[in-house]
Design a protein around this ligand. Sequence first.
Ligand code: PXL
Length: 276
Amino acid sequence: MKRILTIQDISCVGKCSLTVALPIISAVGVETSIIPTAVLSTHTMFKGFTCKDLDDQILPIARHWKEEGLTFDAFYTGYLANAAQVDKVISVIEDLKQDGNYVIIDPAMADNGRLYPAFDSDFPKEMAKLCAMADIVLPNITEACLLTDTPYRGEYDEAFAKKVMSDLAALGAKKVVLTGAACGSDYGVMMYDSITNEYTYYMQERIDAVFHGTGDIFSSSFTGALMREKSMEESVKIAADFTAECIRITKEAPDARWYGVDFETALPYLISRLNA
Ligand code: PXL
């Protein structure tokens, strides 16, 4: 069985980060080891959330694993609690990584043109250091703009998206997967491969609903699909379709919660796509 390490927070209520990554990646048959970056009462879209960072645990946890000879097939990082955690996470990956491992970085820090409440304007510069070591980086357009020092645009065209993706790759990431890309009337995922210099797109029908945590749903199912030996392109399609299915189900659920999607109901769909 493949084993991955995912490094992100535990929001105890909120259906994001580890409470999404653990069930999704485990459900697709991949062992999911974790380093929690922080424990929060809820994600930061709630008012009054509590947060205890686990800064002093990140390196000791990894050191113990190194002594145990533990190895991983992929590293997948998400929300970090503060800028100082970036160097620690880089060091964990450098210490544990072996040839052929994937490094997947979701720079979960912003959306809709704004940084999440816990971060100040210096944070993206630090996060860019982590993105530089990625095989695959998975930003939304806000994050891609912040990482490349590009003024954010709510509306943009294909040329703008392509430029931001190639600028991001120039920082060091091999492949860029831009999620929630809304170019004109098209909506979906855009990919840039800096090795082949190719752009590919997977466009979907736009669903008129917005829920929190969908970026984490995408990144987790994408990581799971890659670990199930799907190609990069196929993994993007499966993750995008699964995320859309989660949104569709949540939109129709009479008891839907505002803070996250009903990914639980959609898990059989994901598993059937991976077994097809
Ligand atoms: O889904 C991204 C995310 C992860 N973790 C925490 C968050 C958010 C988005 O708001 O607040 C704590």
